[in-house]
Design a protein around this ligand. Structure first.
Ligand SMILES: Cc1ncc(C[n+]2csc(CCOP(=O)(O)OP(=O)(O)O)c2C)c(N)n1
Length: 599
C-alpha cells in the first residue's frame, strides 16, 4: 500500500480497511528506517493513525497542520512527498527531524522547541479569519508540550477568541520521561472516566468494544461533547472539549475529525495514544526509545560531560542538603537519573517550563538553597528574561549547568547551542566558564558551589575526555591556563576546542591557552600574549558575534592594543544538521583550520 502513497490525495482514495493496512505498513517502515537513521522512534510510533486521519479528513496544505516540537511528524513527512528521503533524515543535507517550512509546503510552521503549536496555529486561524478563506488550522500537541507556559498563554487567548482552531491533544502520559505536574494529573483524571479506564490495557482491545463514534453521529452535538465529564477545564476556558478517544483507532479518529471539521470555534480533541505503539521494546521503555542513535553508531565507552555533571551532583549531595537540582523535563538527557533516584527530595522536574525553572531557582536561592538548573543551551534561550530579571539583577546564587552547548549534530539548527556565550556575556553579575575536559568541569562545579553569585558552566554534547574526574579542587576565578608555550602565534581556546588547539599548537610551535573563563576574562594574560606574540587566534563553538573571540577583540580594542586576531567561530547564519565532525569541518573548527589561520 505504502508504495502507491506519496501525497495526501493518494490516501483519500483508500477505504478504511486499506487505511489500516497503510498504517501498519508505515509503522513497519518507521521501525526499520529510524533504527537505521536514528531519531525519535517512540513518539512517531504513537502518531501514525492520527497523522493519517488528519490528512485524510482535512485539505492540507490549504488547511494548516502545526506540530508541536515536530519530533512526531515522521508519518506526516512520509505522506506529504518525503517518503523517499526518509533514509536521509537527520543527516547532512537530508530531511530535518522536525517540521521545517523550507522543506515542504505541508510544514505549516517550523518547530523543534516545545509548546509553540497552539500559538502558531491560533495566529494562522486568526489570519484565515481576516482573510476570509475558510481554511482550517490544526495544532497537534503532546501532553508533555502542554506543560510549557506558552501553551497556557495560547489557550488563554484562544478560549477568548472565535478562531477556527482545532487542537489535537496527543496524550500518552509521557514527556521524554514520565510527564509531571498538576495538568498531567488532570488529564489522567479525564481519561480515567468510566468509559475509558480500559485504555491502560496494553492491547487497547476493550476500547474496540466501545460504540464507535459514528453511532453517535446522528445524535445531537451535546452527546459528542463532554462525553466523560459534564465540563472540563478547557470548556471553562471557552474551548470545546471532545473525547477522550483512542488515538490508534482509525475509524473513530476519522469520524470524529470529520465531525470536528464542520465546526468553526476553538475546540480540543483529546486522543489517547501509547508512546512506542506496536514495538514491544519501545512500549515498555518509551523514555529510552524517545530518541535513538543510528544502528552501528559507536557504543559509548567513556563518560560524557552530562555524566560528569550527574556524578558531581550525586557526590556533592551526599553532604549537602541545600543542593537542589532542577530540570525542565530533561533529567535523563542531563545525566540526572541517578540523582533523581538517590535524592528525590532534592530533585525537581518542573515540566517543559524553562522560564519557571529559572525563577523557581531564584526563589529557592533567596532561602539559602544552592539551586542548580540543568538546562540545554538552546532551551536556556526560553528563560532569558528570567535569567536577567529574576537571577542576575538580584545577584542570586544559582548555578547553571548548560549542556549541549555548541553544535549538537543531527538535531540541527533548532537545537544547536550556538548563542549562549553571546547572550550570557552581556549580563552583569554572571561568571561564565567553559571546561576543556571532565576534570576541569568537575572543579568548575566545585568552584561554583563556593560562590555566592550566579554562575554558568557551559559544556558540549561530547565525551568528557578523561577517565578520572572526581576532585576536591577548585579553580581560580578569571584565570586562564597556558598549556603549551610556543612562539609567534598564541591560540586562545574555549572549552571543547582546547584539545584541537593543543594539537595544532604543538604542530605549529604556537602557544596554547585554555581560556576556562569567558567572563571574567583573563585580561592580564591576553595583554601578555599580545605583546609577546605576533598574532593571535581564538577558537570556540559559539557564534562569532559576541562570543569568546569577540570578548578578546573587545578587550584589545579597549586597551588600544594593536595586533592581529583571527576568530574561529560560527558564522552569522543558522547552522546545518549533520554529524558534529562534519559540521566542525564545514565551519572551520578543526586542527587544519587553526593551522591554516596561523599560516
Ligand atoms: C523548549 C523545549 N524544552 C525541551 C525540549 C525537549 N523535548 C523534546 S520532546 C519533549 C517531550 C515532549 O513530550 P510530548 O509533547 O508529550 O510528546 P511525546 O514525545 O510524548 O509524543 C521534550 C521535553 C524541547 N524540544 N523544547
Amino acid at each position: 500500500m505504502l508504495d502507491s502513497i506519496n501525497y495526501p490525495q493518494d490516501i483519500k482514495q483508500l477505504n478504511l480497511e486499506e487505511l489500516q493496512i497503510l498504517a501498519d505498513e508505515i509503522r513497519e517502515f518507521l521501525i526499520e528506517n529510524v533504527q537505521k537513521t536514528g531519531g525519535h522512534l517512540a513518539p512517531n510510533l504513537g502518531t501514525v493513525e492520527m497523522s493519517i486521519a488528519i490528512h485524510y479528513v482535512f485539505d492540507t496544505p490549504k488547511d494548516s497542520l502545526v506540530f508541536d516540537v515536530g519530533h512526531q511528524a515522521y508519518t506526516h513527512k512520509i505522506i506529504t512527498g518525503r517518503k523517499d528521503k526518509m533514509q536521509t533524515m537527520r543527516q547532512k543535507g537530508g530531511l530535518s527531524g522536525f517540521t521545517k517550512r523550507t522543506e515542504s509546503e505541508y510544514d505549516s510552521f517550523g518547530a523543534g522547541h516545545s509548546s509553540t503549536s497552539i500559538s502558531a496555529a491560533l495566529g494562522i486561524a486568526i489570519g484565515n479569519k481576516i482573510n476570509a478563506n475558510n481554511h482550517k488550522s490544526i495544532a497537534v500537541i503532546g501532553d508533555g508540550a502542554l506543560t510549557g507556559g506558552m501553551s497556557f498563554e495560547a489557550l488563554n487567548h484562544a478560549g477568548d477568541s472565535d478562531a477556527d482552531l482545532l487542537i489535537v491533544l496527543n496524550d500518552n502520559d509521557m514527556s521524554i520521561s514520565k510527564n509531571v505536574g498538576a495538568m498531567s494529573k488532570y488529564l489522567t483524571k479525564l481519561i480515567s472516566g468510566k468509559m475509558y479506564s480500559a485504555i491502560k490495557d496494553k492491547s487497547l482491545g476493550v476500547l474496540e468494544k466501545m460504540p464507535n463514534l459514528h453511532k453517535f453521529a446522528k445524535r445531537s452535538e451535546e452527546h459528542l461533547k463532554g462525553m466523560v465529564l459534564p465540563s472540563t477545564l478547557f470548556e471553562e476556558m471557552g474551548i470545546e472539549y471532545y473525547g477522550p478517544i483512542n488515538g490508534h483507532d482509525l475509524p473513530t479518529l476519522i469520524k470524529t475529525l470529520q465531525n470536528l471539521k464542520l465546526k468553526n470555534k476553538p475546540r480540543l480533541l483529546h486522543i489517547i495514544t501509547k508512546k512506542g505503539y506496536g514495538l514491544d521494546s519501545a512500549e515498555s521503555d518509551p523514555c529510552k526509545f524517545h530518541g535513538i542513535a543510528p544502528a552501528g553508531s559507536n557504543a559509548k565507552t567513556t563518560s560524557s560531560y552530562s555524566d560528569v555533571f550527574g556524578r558531581w551532583l550525586v557526590n556533592t549531595a551526599q553532604n549537602n542538603k541545600k543542593l537542589i537540582a532542577i530540570t525542565p523535563a530533561m533529567g535523563a538527557g542531563s545525566g540526572m537519573s541517578e540523582f533523581e533516584q538517590k535524592f528525590p527530595q532534592q530533585y525537581f522536574d518542573v515540566g517543559i517550563a524553562e522560564q519557571h525553572a529559572l525563577t523557581f531557582a531564584g526563589g529557592l536561592a533567596t532561602q539559602g538553597f544552592k539551586p542548580v538548573v540543568a538546562i540545554y543551551s538552546t532551551f536556556l534561550q526560553r528563560g532569558y528574561d528570567q535569567l536577567i530579571h529574576d537571577i542576575a539583577l538580584q545577584n542570586l546564587n544559582v548555578i547553571f549547568a548548560i549542556d549541549r552547548a555548541g553544535l549538537v549534530g543531527a538535531d540541527g539548527a533548532t537545537h544547536a547551542g550556538c548563542f549562549d556565550l553571546s547572550f550570557l556575556r552581556c549580563i552583569p553579575n554572571l561568571t561564565i566558564m567553559a571546561p576543556s575536559d571532565g576534570l576541569e568541569m568537575y572543579q568548575m562545579f566545585n568552584t561554583a558551589l563556593k560562590m555566592t553569585t550566579p554562575v554558568c558552566i557551559r559544556y558540549p554534547r561530547a565525551a568528557a575526555n578523561v577517565e578520572h574526574y572526581e576532585s576536591d579542587e577548585i579553580i581560580e576565578i578569571g584565570k586562564a591556563k597556558v598549556l603549551f608555550e610556543g612562539k609567534k602565534t598564541a591560540i586562545f581556546a574555549y572549552g571543547n576546542f582546547v584539545d584541537c588547539a593543543l594539537q595544532a599548537g604543538k604542530e605549529l610551535g604556537a602557544t596554547v591557552i585554555d581560556m576556562r573563563f569567558v567572563k571574567p576574562l583573563d585580561n592580564a594574560l591576553i595583554s601578555q600574549m599580545a605583546s609577546s606574540h605576533q598574532q593571535l587566534i581564538s577558537i570556540e563553538d559559539n557564534a562569532e558575534f559576541g562570543g569568546g573571540g569577540s570578548a578578546i577583540s573587545e578587550y584589545l580594542h579597549q586597551q588600544k592594543i594593536s595586533t592581529k586576531l583571527q576568530i574561529l567561530a560560527l558564522p552569522d547564519d543558522f547552522t546545518e544538521q549533520g554529524s558534529q565532525q562534519e559540521l566542525y569541518k564545514q565551519y572551520s573548527l578543526t586542527v587544519e583550520a587553526i593551522k591554516k589561520a596561523a599560516q
